[in-house]
Design a protein around this ligand. Sequence first.
Ligand code: AHR
Length: 660
Amino acid sequence: MRKSIFFLLIIVAFQGLWSAPAKKIVIDINQVKATVNPSMWGVFFEDINFAADGGIYAELIKNRSFEFYKPLMGWKEIKEGESATGKLLIINRGKTHSSNPRILQISFSATKGSYGISNEGFRGIGVRKNELYDFSMLACTSSGSIDSVKIQLVTPENQLIGETTLNRLSSEWKKNEAIIQSNSTESNARLNIRFYGQGVVEVDMVSLFPQKTWKNRKGGLRADLVQLLYDLQPGFIRFPGGCIVEGNDLANRYQWKHTIGPVETRQQNFNLWNDNFKEPFNAPDYFQSYGLGFYEYFLLCKDIGAEPLPILNCGMGCQWKTAELCDTLHLEEYIQDMLDLIEFANGSSTTRWGKIRADMGHPEPFNMKMLGIGNEQWLEQYIERYTIFANVLKQKHPEITLISSSGPSPDDSRFHFAWKVLSDLKADIIDEHYYMSPEWFLSNATRYDSYNRSGPKVFAGEFAAHVANKWELRLEANNWEAAIAEAAFMTGLERNADIVTMASYAPLLANINAWQWFPNCIWFNNLESYGTPNYYVQKMFANNKGTHVVELLQNGSVIAGNDSLYANAVIDKNKRILIVKIVNNSQLQQTLNFQIKGVKSLRKSASTETMISSDLSVSNSVEQPLKISPVRKQLNIDTKNPSFTLGARSFTVLKINYTQ
Ligand code: AHR
């Protein structure tokens, strides 16, 4: 036993000391290979995994307007005192309120005790000690005498942790507002609304928001999640998906016009990720309130300095689901939606749709430059429709770059068909999707080296390395094995920045307690959130994008897998910084000796940011959100031929200031 430990120690010590001979890498700053699109590294936002309601949209009440299929889903009746009685009725006012038809009528008698309703939130309501929450509710009383209305936050054990009282309710419909403070931190609270006295009251749009939202906007977005996006410095946000753009069928498609204007007039829709799966993926309570709508998406882009990239339906329901098609003779409504969106985003406030934007609070245009025609569509039926849309849009809005689709796979017959036809049609940018194994990502680091330089550009619009498909391992699937493979692959995207003009990991957000897909970039629960190793890889690329790709060679070839090394170099021409991204996916450390050409001198100060773990299964978690994340070091460099030793299984961004 002792002997074997001794030998093990010798082996470990030997492995630590041993490394392959230094490899000579030549970087020539004068050999510019491509200009990097300033918006190259972006994010793909889809309302999947409760990313919007129950996620970044900070509303804490589920089914706030009773429009779910089951109108009382998320709600329950509550009574206090033996003699309290009452009933709940759902009334449909569709004739006069077509976008938000249902209200809840509460008839009660509670002269001793109280009668009311209680909301469970999105897998609970998350509240923090001493923080303030804005409660609001549309209500009107039609008869009786209501003594008081109490709004309460309670724990799962029914312990009161916050309470406020509403002013007298009016007999006219009115928004009633109150502030409630929580005296405890609780991730699984409920909201109770208790009525005292007797009478009939009708309610709608019951809402609770933290006051601490992103930029403290009322009814705004979750600050921690937007902060993670902000830190990423994404060049663009693609929104609102994903399959939800298409809908299960056309009736369920995402219609941006339903998502703007006052929130109480936005027409809710069920979410296509609602009922497609069996336990534990199913989510019958997954709907789209559209509180996060197109105006909010544009504002988010502006807030975090990202280009807006909306994707709209092109008359095709999800091809994985119903594959329902709008016939090509009747696409006017869909085409008009695209034209009107351009006016909403870019038109002056005197135009019809520009005025709606201005009335919502943003008179200046959002300066949208890109638009996606359909999401993940394929085959002839897509091309037929794409052609009709592209013809109109190119004629009316030649300034807008159009994104087209190559289907769901990176290399099947649908993909090759789309590329052939879209190239003939001179499409601007083609969206490619790859949810593949880490091995695929590693071996595809040269994928774009041989792409046709005179055809359409590429948008790597949805990608993620998938390591495990056991749902129990959903959080572990965002591990270092996947992230380092993505980093290796991304050096190849960056090297080919002349053709790959945009890229985004997918999906972006996932609620730990209500998800349908993994892996994802950022996970969260009702109170916490964290970036995965994959998030930090995206961040290292996006934060260090540079302006131009420059030549980086080993023995005259690009570095894309030899000795498990993957590398690319860019410069920031304005700031005169050389930025080298290198993955060492070997089990051994490796030393690189750089020869840096085209510079007068290197400034002494340099830095590295490194993610490293010899254990590929490591991932982050709520408890250890930074377990694998970049560590920064300052370096002194005094030669044009510096050497660096890369740890085993590491991803490093090396930054060197230079003069020319
Ligand atoms: O990212 C999840 C899904 O993957 C998207 O909704 C769809 O575009 C793709 O199939």
